[in-house]
Design a protein around this ligand. Structure first.
Ligand SMILES: NC(=O)c1ccc[n+]([C@@H]2O[C@H](COP(=O)([O-])OP(=O)(O)OC[C@H]3O[C@@H](n4cnc5c(N)ncnc54)[C@H](OP(=O)(O)O)[C@@H]3O)[C@@H](O)[C@H]2O)c1
Length: 322
């Protein structure tokens, strides 16, 4: 079948190992189901995979893509939940030490078909298009858990979102605004600041700018480049929720004294569970908020999509369609 996959890892030049070609069609094991993919969105995770981060050499070749919306074996419209937990695990699947994300162990969604455990498909509401639904399982679910589960944020709180142009970051801005928070965003790019304001941010500043007032919480996915600014922008007792480190994991100065003297919390967050995916879908249905799609491309043009993401030339999600 048609598939977009990683053939080899190249930490400095990730697109070298990307192949748009053919792979054997998957066979669903007992308890799993086959989903025919209609739309699948690109995540920074796919670039990490091409760099060899979070995946072992012996898993290659690996079909890329964590997210999908499509049709199940009975023709129902479904969304694929990307966190695969151990069959015996019955708690929050993001806490299962044996969990994996699609493309880490099991083949991904940039293909005609993907197989997943039956409990990993949730119904797609008619009000969401396949393209919109394909944005949810990774970036939007991550944003939902960061804000509402790990951050415990509620209407009236103020949140800072770093790196406003990204897939997770645009989701954070839209969801926070829809939930009645005051939203402050930063970006390296002036045009992206203007777009963040259109999207729902109340204030937007160039990355690193001293904010006029401290915030209740910061949502971090950028890492090294914004960490100091995140700590300096938090009020005493505030929460920094981190789910990614796009600009690098090592810090020059973690500002540890600020963290303990001001009694801040630093909270890790990863993906979300099936129940949170259900709540996210309900929230979108109830508020009318929708994922921001930067561009839609046929899956055959996946290389263009990866080039745009590698260059940071995006605002919102890039979705590949079939
Ligand atoms: N833990 C999880 O479950 C989970 C889930 C999803 C994503 N993630 C991680 O979260 C990160 C973001 O993912 P994504 O898919 O949203 O990526 P993306 O769409 O490629 O966005 C990357 C973002 O990083 C910002 N950025 C990059 N380099 C920067 C720098 N040097 N200085 C300031 N900002 C910089 C960009 O903001 P501007 O261009 O606006 O400045 C952009 O918002 C990735 O590292 C990903 O692996 C983790």
């Amino acid at each position: 079948m048609f598939a977009v996959y990683a053939e080899s890892f190249h930490p400095e030049d990730p697109l070298r190992g990307l192949v748009v070609g053919e792979r054997p069609a998957p066979v669903a094991p007992e308890g799993w189901t086959t989903v025919t993919v209609r739309a699948a969105s690109l995540n920074h995770h796919d670039l990490w995979t091409l760099r060899g981060v979070g995946i072992k050499q012996e898993r290659l070749p690996m079909i890329l893509g964590c997210d999908a919306a499509g049709l199940d074996e009975d023709g129902n419209e479904v969304i694929v939940h990307a966190v695969i937990s151990d069959p015996d695990w019955d708690g929050d699947e993001t806490l299962d030490p044996r969990r994996s994300l699609l493309t880490e162990v099991h083949q991904g969604t940039f293909a005609e078909q993907v197989v997943v455990p039956r409990r990993n498909v949730v119904a797609k509401p008619a009000g969401l298009s396949f393209v919109e639904a394909a944005c949810l399982p990774t970036a939007w679910l991550t944003a939902y858990r960061m804000l509402f589960t790990q951050g415990g944020l509620k209407a009236g709180d103020t949140v800072l979102v770093q790196g406003a142009g990204g897939g997770v970051a645009t989701a954070l801005v839209v969801l926070a605004r829809a939930a009645g928070l005051r939203v402050v965003a930063t970006s390296r790019d002036e045009a992206k600041l203007a777009r963040a304001l259109e999207l729902g941010a109340h204030e937007a500043y160039p990355s690193g700018t001293r904010l006029p007032a401290k915030v209740d919480a910061v949502m971090e996915t950028v890492g090294r480049a914004t960490w100091e600014h995140s700590i300096r922008s938090l009020r005493p007792g505030g929460k920094l929720v981190i789910s990614g480190a796009t600009s690098g994991p090592r810090l020059d100065d973690a500002l540890l004294p600020q963290i303990f003297f001001k009694q801040m919390s630093v909270i890790g967050s990863t993906m979300g569970n099936r129940a949170e995916l259900g709540s996210l879908v309900t929230m979108l249905d109830a508020t009318g908020a929708r994922p921001l799609v930067d561009r839609e491309l046929p899956m055959e043009r996946a290389r263009e999509a990866f080039e745009a993401m590698a260059a940071g030339d995006l605002f919102g999600k890039i979705v590949l369609t079939r």
